[in-house]
Design a protein around this ligand. Structure first.
Ligand SMILES: [Zn+2]
Length: 240
C-alpha cells in the first residue's frame, strides 16, 4: 500500500471522548499524563467536494509540495481539470461518499496514551484498488483514455460509439437535449428520490456526462442522473 489517504481535517470530522485514570497509572507521581484512553469514536458525513480536491492534490505530480497539513483546499481551482471529473466518478464507484466506508484509527502505543491517528478508508484492499484506478487516470494525458477508463469501471463495457471517439467540453442546457432520449417516468423517479442533492447546481460544477450530437441537439450517452439535476447551463463531454 502507498501512503494512505487520511480524510481527517479535510472532508470528514471526528468526535470522541477521552478518559483518564492518572491515579492508577501513576501519572501524578511522574508529573506527565500517559494514560489517555480514546473511546466512543464517531465520524461525520463526507464532504464530497473537499474529498475530490484533496485526492487531486494528493496525487498531483508535485505531491511533495503538498503535504496534507499545509494544503489549503480553497487553493485548488475546482473543476478546472478533467481529472476532477474522473476522480469523482471513481470515488462514487467505490461508494466513498458514504461515511460507513471510513473509520477513525486510534494509535494505542503513544508515550502520552492514545492518539487519534486519522480517518481512513476501512477496507485496505478497496483503498488499494481505488488508488490504482486513480493512478491509471493520472498516468495518461489523453482525455479519451481517461473517460473510457471511468466508463469501463462503471459499466464493464465500452459502447461502440465511444471506442475510437475523441471528446471536447461543450456548455449546454437541458433544452439542447433530444427529449425522446428521456423517459419521463424514470426521470420523475430519479428527481423524487431526493438523494441527488449532490448534483444540484450549487454542489456540483463538474461536467455532467457524455453526449453525442444528433441533428442540431444532443443525445445523452452517460450521466443521465447528473444532467437531469442541472437547472442552469452545464458542461458535458461531447463526442467530436
Ligand atoms: Zn494520566
Amino acid at each position: 500500500m502507498n501512503d494512505r489517504l487520511d480524510f481527517e481535517y479535510i472532508s470528514i470530522d471526528s468526535n470522541y471522548s477521552s478518559q483518564y485514570d492518572c491515579k492508577s497509572y501513576g501519572c501524578d507521581r511522574e508529573g506527565i499524563c500517559r494514560c489517555k484512553r480514546i473511546h466512543n469514536v464517531s465520524i461525520s458525513e463526507v464532504d464530497i467536494n473537499k474529498s475530490i480536491s484533496y485526492i487531486w492534490k494528493f496525487f498531483h505530480p508535485d505531491l511533495e509540495a503538498y503535504k496534507k497539513r499545509q494544503m489549503r483546499i480553497s487553493d485548488v481551482l475546482y473543476g478546472g481539470d478533467p481529472d476532477y471529473y474522473c476522480i469523482d466518478r471513481i470515488f462514487r464507484h467505490y461508494k466513498l461518499y458514504d461515511s460507513e466506508m471510513y473509520h477513525g484509527v486510534i494509535d494505542r502505543g503513544g508515550y502520552y496514551g492514545d492518539q487519534f491517528a486519522g480517518i481512513f478508508i476501512k477496507d485496505e484492499e478497496l483503498e488499494q484498488n481505488f488508488q490504482d484506478d486513480l493512478q491509471s487516470i493520472f498516468s495518461t494525458n489523453s482525455l479519451a483514455s481517461k473517460l473510457r477508463f471511468v466508463i469501463y469501471l462503471e459499466y464493464g463495457m465500452i459502447l461502440e460509439c465511444l471506442k475510437q471517439a475523441n471528446f471536447e467540453i461543450v456548455t449546454i442546457s437541458k433544452e439542447d437535449l433530444n427529449t425522446p432520449n428521456i423517459n419521463q417516468s424514470h426521470a420523475d423517479n430519479i428527481l423524487a428520490m431526493g438523494k441527488l442533492d449532490y448534483y444540484s447546481d450549487d454542489n456540483y460544477q463538474l461536467p455532467r456526462g457524455i453526449v453525442k450530437r444528433h441533428g442540431d441537439k444532443f443525445d445523452i450517452i452517460d450521466g443521465y442522473h447528473r444532467i437531469l439535476n442541472a437547472k442552469k447551463e452545464f458542461n458535458v463531454f461531447c463526442i467530436k
